[in-house]
Design a binder for this molecule. Structure first.
Ligand SMILES: [Zn+2]
Length: 230
């Protein structure tokens, strides 16, 4: 037992749920990764390129935001996307969990390179006014992490990575997974709606403004609480 075991267990359980529900693109694959914030300098994250069904709690990695491995080393290498997760925690004080998946309908918009607008209020209050596209860069590259960093200031909780997959963020791991689910729901509906060729109605501007205000409030509130702690 280590002091990180509860975090590791939660990350492993979340990864298995996402894998079993097809969020990693294939039921046998490991196309995605999950992390939770441990502190202002470190996170717990899934290892690279191993089937989630074969992992144990001890295989989950503890990594500093400088990407150094902390504590008892896992025998496995941390996710190649650790840099991307790290930059999100550093830029967004409201985020305590990050889910990266290759889910099917989210990936449709990754290849047509099209953002998803505000379509349902209950989805938009959770995800943000727009699910924007992060420009393509090679998986695991610092360029991809920088491209993600460049989009985080819209305070959204979901993004689509061009020709790759999606990112869902949350105040905790349950909410990050819920946001991945909400994104898949809205992506599926938008995809079907576009296929009808009929005009698509987005939310009224006044509601979109409310969504922006709520998202900004949540991020500023977390920033304020972090300052109080210091
Ligand atoms: Zn990926």
């Amino acid at each position: 037992m280590t002091k990180y075991d509860d975090y590791k267990k939660n990350v492993l359980e979340a990864s298995l749920w996402l894998s079993e529900h097809g969020y990693f693109g294939s039921h046998r694959g490991s196309g995605g990764n999950v992390s939770v914030r441990l502190s202002e300098v470190a996170m717990v994250i899934t290892p690279s390129s191993v089937k989630y069904q074969k992992l144990s709690v001890d295989d989950i990695c503890v990594v500093g935001f400088d990407l150094s491995v902390i504590g008892e080393k896992s025998k496995l290498t941390p996710s190649v996307e650790s840099g991307l997760h790290s930059i999100i925690y550093q830029k967004r004080p409201d985020v305590n969990a990050v889910v990266h998946t290759h889910q099917i309908y989210g990936s449709v918009f990754a290849v047509i390179n099209t953002p998803i607008p505000a379509l349902f209020d209950e989805v938009s209050f959770s995800l943000g006014q727009m699910v924007e596209i992060i420009p393509y860069a090679l998986s695991g590259s610092s360029e991809l992490a920088n491209n993600v960093a460049g989009k985080l200031s819209n305070n959204a909780n979901a993004y689509i990575i061009q020709n790759h997959g999606i990112l869902a963020l949350g105040k905790n791991l349950d909410l990050a997974i819920l946001n991945a689910e909400l994104l898949e729901k809205v992506a599926q509906i938008y995809c079907l709606a576009l296929s009808t060729g009929k005009p698509i109605k987005t939310l009224p501007e006044s509601i979109v403004e409310l969504v922006v205000a709520v998202r900004n409030y949540e991020v500023n509130d977390a920033q304020g609480k972090n300052k109080e702690k210091k």
